[in-house]
Ligand binder design. Structure first.
Ligand code: NAD
Length: 482
């Protein structure tokens, strides 16, 4: 495959240093292609281009920008199969998942914000003989930094509202998954999208990401990634008073109440646990089950998990592919080992050595879905983010105990509650210290709703009006007639 290049001022360029990195297919261990290992110098060039393009783009009307978002959505839709293939190859996720989630969501992010622009109103308040006009202006040049688990899905979730509100962009996708961001840049070129409005700089987090965060003329930053990186981003950006949105890690609880109809709900609970090999920040990696149904739940859960087809991501029948890399596989395996050291018992799955996936390349980062029981809910395995196909199983004796267990981590991103009684689920959800709770469903996303976490899962909300707020500056202009 042809090498990936930076996209700066509408041109595809190598890094100024000429250095490159490799992106690897995690299912084969083979390199796919190279990408620039960029530096602060490349970020400087991209920012210069974004600042030059900013006044013209900011002066377009919102209607004109909405038309652009629709055009991009249409082009992405036409190329949905290519995007799904690239995403599956780069991440090791099954092609069926890339087709049903990643590719269509990238389209709907643009479509949604294009339509949502219509609801944008600038309120006025009349008082004391004057009228206050609340006006939104673009922030200017914004930095967008994203992780590897849902590459184009998460990047477009930021690009679309940033463009809609009149900002120009310097973006950095994960160095592990640069393929679809590169494809988006190609699409923008074909569409004759204005040069310099969207710029893409590839490379390593501590080099390119850090340079974006440090750049004094990038005034807004939307970052999605791990909590440890988020701390560095926050510490760097705070003294510069940048506008900052942080979407970070999670250790989400799935709570199964005693009245949950398990036959009906088991598919949803398994999906919440293992979609994308457990590498969705919203996955429920701690399953808390009422003690009165624990044994029945456990046997049904393990049986359902044993039926998950793990294998070659390019095959239609594959339900679970790889984790992102061999390094990440080793990290996940170290947690499986830790779980056992902490007194847990592996009910199914395990490391690649103890529980190999048959018929796949030995170099691939494959793991079977793993369930560990018998751990304290305060064990490290049950409180630290593993971000892989590992779930810990716990029982509780009362709703209060379930709530205490659910809230006993430093994270607060999401969770789900499963019950025959939706009202009971809703009441329970209100006690959960998280940004998002689903009752009897999971990853059911209405793009108008606020998305984000509490505690160490992040700061701020994106989605619908919250994205428009983040990607703009509010000014109040108070006018009194002479
Ligand atoms: P990561 O924090 O390692 O990297 C995220 C991005 O930050 C990458 O592009 C990386 O290159 C960049 N980066 C690394 N160091 C940087 C620095 N010093 N300055 C600026 N940028 C830097 O995360 P990851 O391993 O790519 O992704 C997994 C994590 O992302 C998990 O913790 C997961 O929960 C989280 N995540 C959160 C959400 C959410 O919406 N809350 C969504 C998806 C993933």
């Amino acid at each position: 495959m042809e090498p990936i290049l930076n996209y700066i001022n509408g041109a595809f360029l190598p890094s100024t240093s000429g250095l490159t990195l490799e992106t690897v297919n995690p299912a084969t261990g083979q390199p796919i292609t190279t990408l620039p290992r960029s530096s602060a110098e490349d970020v400087g060039l991209a920012t210069k281009a974004a600042l030059k393009a900013a006044p013209t783009w900011a002066n377009t009307t919102m209607e004109e920008r909405m038309v652009w978002l629709h055009r991009i959505a249409d082009a992405l839709e036409e190329e949905a199969e290519t995007i799904a293939q690239l995403e599956s190859m780069d991440t090791g996720k099954p092609i069926s998942l890339a087709r049903s989630v990643d590719a269509p969501r990238s389209v709907s992010n643009f479509r949604f914000f294009a339509e949502f622009g219509r609801e944008h109103v600038e309120p006025t308040f009349a008082d004391h003989g004057a009228v206050n006009h609340v006006h939104r202006s673009p922030i200017g040049c914004v930095g967008l930094i994203t992780p590897w688990n849902l590459p184009l899905y998460l990047l477009t979730w930021k690009i679309a509202p940033a463009l809609l509100m009149g900002n120009t962009i310097v973006a950095k996708p994960s160095e592990l998954t640069p393929m679809t961001a590169n494809h988006l840049a190609k699409i923008l070129t074909k569409l004759n999208f204005p040069k310099g409005v969207f710029n893409l700089v590839h490379g390593l987090g501590p080099e390119v990401g850090q340079a974006i965060v440090e750049h004094p003329e990038i005034r807004g930053l939307s970052f999605t990634g791990g909590t440890a990186t988020g701390k560095i981003v926050a510490a760097t950006a705070a003294p510069m008073f940048k506008k900052l949105s942080l979407e970070l890690g999670g250790k989400n609880a799935t709570i199964v109440l005693d009245d949950a109809p398990l036959e009906e709900m088991m598919d949803g609970i398994v999906r919440a646990s293992f979609t994308n090999s457990g590498q969705v920040c919203l996955c429920g990696s701690r399953v808390l089950v009422d003690a009165s149904i624990y044994d029945r739940f456990k046997s049904m859960f393990v049986e359902a998990i044993n039926n998950i087809v793990v294998g070659d991501p390019s095959l239609e029948e594959t339900v679970m592919g790889t984790v992102i890399s061999k390094d990440h596989q080793a990290k996940v395996e170290s947690y499986i080992e830790l779980g056992q050291d902490e007194g847990g018992v592996v009910l199914t799955g395990g490391s690649a050595a103890t529980c190999p996936v048959k018929g796949v390349a030995a170099e691939g980062a494959f793991l079977r879905p793993t369930v560990i029981e018998g751990l304290s809910h305060t064990a490290r395995t049950a409180t630290e983010e593993i971000f892989g196909p590992v779930v810990t199983l716990h029982s509780f004796n009362s709703e209060q105990e379930a709530l205490d267990m659910a809230n006993a981590t430093d994270y607060g991103l999401a969770g789900s509650v499963w019950t025959a009684d939706a009202k009971r689920g809703y009441a329970f959800a209100q006690g959960m210290d998280t940004g998002i709770v689903w009752v009897n469903t999971w990853l059911n996303r209405d793009l108008r709703t606020p998305f984000g976490g509490v505690k160490q899962s992040g700061v701020g909300r994106e989605g619908g009006a919250w994205s428009l707020n983040f990607f703009s500056e509010l000014t109040n202009i108070c006018v009194k007639q002479p």
